[in-house]
Design a protein around this ligand. Structure first.
Ligand code: B12
Ligand code: SF4
Length: 584
């Protein structure tokens, strides 16, 4: 007997209703890896019985076309036994997930949807929202919570034809020690950039940011894999030729096991000579954790994502992100550069106090005063699962009803001072301002001065910006060469005629690549100039932190909140200085 399990990570639709899909997407989805690892474990343990063979297919729709009719055929050919699991479905992917499920359900194929949208909604809302109800009406099973220790039961129910409409484990977060490990076969990884895979070393974050869904879905307590487990994941991937990893923890700095994990990676690198490289996500106070950045550098962390979010303390306070102290940003960013890592900073636009002018001013301040390499902009979005979303739902504030637009690059709720068009306009302009040619030159000069590879930096800046301006997608959703299929259009939107669709596709392809070539030419000219110049380079952002800067830098006087933050720092420093002789 054969049971066919299809694990599919859906993508979402662009504004024209076509699936966002690439010949190669950038990063393999860890959710796919996590659920695949759990499914492999179930298959090995023969949880459906000794006479049932489980066949697992793992597809990421950002790089693989999903053909429901073929899935139906395959399941029928193998005796009609199987399950389609739509994994890691975010809010912006839920409409696409429903469209994939529709023909499957019509053919009687069991479908289950899990991930942040279902989990976030069930965790925070008292009533099930209309899109989840629509899924139940289609006979789709909804799974809220984490699958560790639960996938087995779900598969058995699917095999027996007894799936429940809803599985809700939100009140019972499983431990991660000893859990089956995230893994993707090289054949799946090769459909992305091909050199990197991802895994989560832990889940949960202690902070309370109001726009964050993670704390309400994965909890505020750190749950972590052991260093032994991390070593197993790394070795399994080294064995298939993959030595580069994205550790997806939202905040690796608050993983209770970070040190043991780094020590193990350091051992693999320094004693065995493994060329492991790591991308990690951390918070803005991580430099205060003794040894964290230094060990991260030795463990192979070469890129860090940091949720800077804003340089105005009032906005941070309003978002309950008081842990971000702007007076620490420069020290933290410089520490990462000393450890040899490239810094990616997330920056949120659309806080209530923001105006187009304040956003422009703040970007100029960042360019001058903060040693950020790549800055990525997000629109403040009430993501289902966040405290912000719950508050707006409870108070009945109008929000966008099309979940496809909850991708952090669309306006989803009213801003108190800017119209939707103004907010969208400054959002687009923010990218143009930051990635202006003079600033590209500055970042390349800094990269060279810090001993990095300016060409590598140039390519990163170019690709990041090009995805936003040419493809109109956030770089985190990007990939190499866009694919579009005429028939893969959002339900409710007409299938275009070939005469209209294909010429436009060709025109888009050619014009985008011509514009990309022009950008490449501009960036390369800058790179050549930077490489040729042998005079030592430094600037304000690279200057080590000094007491006097709190009077001098614009970042500390641009807003009332900034001035208060500096005053608080001054008082803290004075109190500390006064307590030293007393302690002696
Ligand atoms: C790594 C990551 C990415 C990666 C890879 C995606 C991935 N899922 O691996 C990349 C960079 C591509 C990415 C992009 C984006 N992301 Co992202 N991402 C994350 C992050 C940090 C980790 C994901 C992860 O690995 N989690 C660990 C896994 C194991 O947990 P899990 O996904 O919940 O899966 C478990 C359960 O849900 C359950 N489960 C899941 N599916 C299924 C299915 C079935 C059938 C069953 C039984 C169980 C089950 O079992 C799993 C194992 O326990 C999360 C935050 C987070 N902490 O999860 C944000 C997060 C998922 N991303 C988010 C967003 C918004 C985005 C972007 C839209 C942002 C942007 N503008 O670029 C894009 C979307 C593009 C895309 N195509 O995915 C939001 C989604 C919120 C929401 N309500 O939708 C999150 C929650 C972060 C946030 N800001 O709040 N992301
Ligand atoms: S620091 Fe990041 S993960 Fe933690 S609560 Fe804030 S946004 Fe969420």
């Amino acid at each position: 007997m054969l049971f066919h399990l299809f694990l599919i990570k859906p993508s979402h639709y662009d504004d024209d209703g076509y699936v966002i899909q690439w010949v190669r997407s950038s990063i393999p989805a860890n959710t796919l890896a996590a659920v695949y690892g759990l499914a492999l474990d179930c298959a090995e343990r023969r949880v459906l019985g000794d006479d049932v063979e489980m066949r697992i297919s793992a597809w990421d729709e950002t790089n693989t076309r999903i053909r429901p009719e073929r899935i139906i055929r395959e399941i029928r050919a193998s005796g009609g036994c199987g399950l389609v699991a739509l994994v890691g479905v975010q809010s912006n992917q839920f409409p696409r997930a429903l469209d994939i499920a529709r023909p499957l359900r019509a053919a009687g194929v069991p479908v289950c949807i899990g991930g942040f949208h279902v989990s976030g909604c069930l965790a925070m809302l008292s009533d099930m929202p209309p899109d989840l109800r629509a899924a139940l009406d289609q006979g789709i099973t909804l799974f809220a919570g984490e699958a560790e220790g639960r996938l087995e039961g779900l598969l058995q129910a699917a095999y027996a034809g007894k799936l429940e409409p809803v599985y809700n484990f939100m009140n019972d977060l499983p431990g991660m020690e000893g859990a089956p490990l995230p893994f993707l076969p090289a054949s799946v990884v090769r459909r992305t950039s091909g050199v990197r895979t991802s895994f989560d070393a832990g889940r949960g974050c202690p902070f309370l940011c109001s726009f964050c869904t993670i704390i309400n879905v994965q909890g505020r307590k750190s749950r972590s894999r052991s260093a032994d487990d991390i070593e197993r994941i790394v070795r399994a991937n080294l064995a298939q030729g993959i030595s580069s990893f994205f550790i997806t923890d939202d905040n690796l700095a608050r993983n209770q096991n970070w040190e043991a994990i780094f020590d193990r990676l350091i051992k693999l690198r320094e004693e065995e000579g493994q060329r492991i490289r790591v991308i990690a996500q951390v918070d803005t106070m991580c430099h205060k954790i003794r040894g964290f950045i230094e060990k991260a550098g030795r463990a192979g962390v070469t890129r860090v994502f940091i949720g800077l979010e804003n340089i105005n303390p009032d906005a941070l306070k309003e978002a309950r992100k008081g842990q971000n102290q702007i007076t620490e940003y420069r020290a933290m960013l410089q520490a990462w550069h000393r450890a040899g890592a490239i810094t990616y900073a997330g920056y949120i636009l659309g806080f209530p106090g923001d105006t187009a002018e304040s956003i422009e001013r703040d970007i100029r301040i960042i360019q001058r005063e903060l040693p950020v390499d790549l800055l990525e902009f997000f629109l403040l979005t009430p993501l289902p699962g966040s405290a912000d979303h719950k508050k707006l739902s409870v108070t009945g504030v109008e929000m966008e009803t099309d979940m496809n637009r909850y991708d952090l690059v669309h306006v989803t709720t009213r801003h108190p001072a800017m119209s939707d068009d103004e907010l969208m306009g400054i959002y687009r302009r923010a990218w143009d301002l930051y990635y202006s040619l003079p600033h590209i030159e500055t970042v390349l000069r800094r990269a060279k001065a810090w001993g990095g590879n300016p060409r590598d930096m140039m390519m990163k800046l170019l690709v990041f910006y090009a995805l936003m301006v040419l493809e109109r997608v956030h770089p985190l959703e990007g990939g190499l060469i866009r694919r579009k299929y005429r028939r893969d259009r959002r339900a409710g939107m007409p299938i275009e005629s070939p005469v209209r669709f294909y010429p436009r596709l060709v025109w888009e392809f050619v014009s985008k690549h011509v514009r990309f070539a022009a950008m490449y030419w501009d960036y390369s000219r800058i790179l050549r100039r930077v490489k040729r110049d042998t005079t030592p380079y430094t600037d304000l952002a690279m200057t080590p932190v000094r007491d006097a800067e709190y009077q001098e830098l614009e970042m500390y006087s641009a807003s009332q909140g900034a001035k208060i933050a500096v005053e608080k720092l001054r008082r803290r420093t004075a109190a500390r200085a006064a307590s030293v002789p007393a302690a002696r």
